[in-house]
Design a protein. Structure first.
Length: 161
């Protein structure tokens, strides 16, 4: 929105989305970047000053702003400007970033096998029976939705006659 008087114009609000696709490897994020990203995810929208206050460690405002800018360049954050204040928000969900991180682990340690990862998680007790059940239900729901979409797109191909 732009407010104009005869000799004065000012931008009141501006939105900036990240112009980079998220191909950055989450495992390469530093401790401070992960901490700041976690704060932004939990708040939804936040200023640099609010991030600095919530971090709980003494850092200069310029350090926080630099890390926020770098997270935006890497595709994790986006910002808007309201009354000359940058408001940062997640450009990606926590789940999507976690998914990319897990994909990297699967590639590195499990030769690309998600099954090997899940077996390892069960064996090391990182995933219990209840977690496995929730995962199985989620997979079944996604498969059912995909089949439903295929039937709609294919005009009912494969349907019983």
């Amino acid at each position: 929105m732009v407010a104009c008087l005869p000799y004065l114009c000012a931008t009141v609000s501006n939105t900036m989305n990240s112009n980079t696709h998220s191909t950055h490897d989450p495992s390469e994020l530093g401790e401070l970047e992960r901490g700041i990203l976690s704060i932004v995810w939990s708040q939804g929208q936040i200023t640099a000053e609010q991030v600095r206050e919530r971090l709980g460690r003494p850092l200069k405002d310029s350090t926080i702003r630099t890390v926020l800018r770098r997270l935006e360049e890497k595709g994790y954050l986006a910002h808007s400007v309201e009354n000359r204040t940058f408001l940062y928000r997640p450009a990606e969900t926590r789940q999507r970033v976690a998914g990319r991180a897990v994909r990297r682990i699967v590639d590195w340690f499990c030769e690309g096998s998600v099954e090997a990862l899940l077996v390892g998680m069960v064996d090391s007790k990182a995933l219990d029976q209840a977690g496995l059940q929730r995962l199985a239900e989620r997979i079944a729901a996604v498969q059912k939705n995909a089949e439903s979409q295929e039937k709609k797109a294919g005009g009912g191909k494969g349907a019983k006659r």
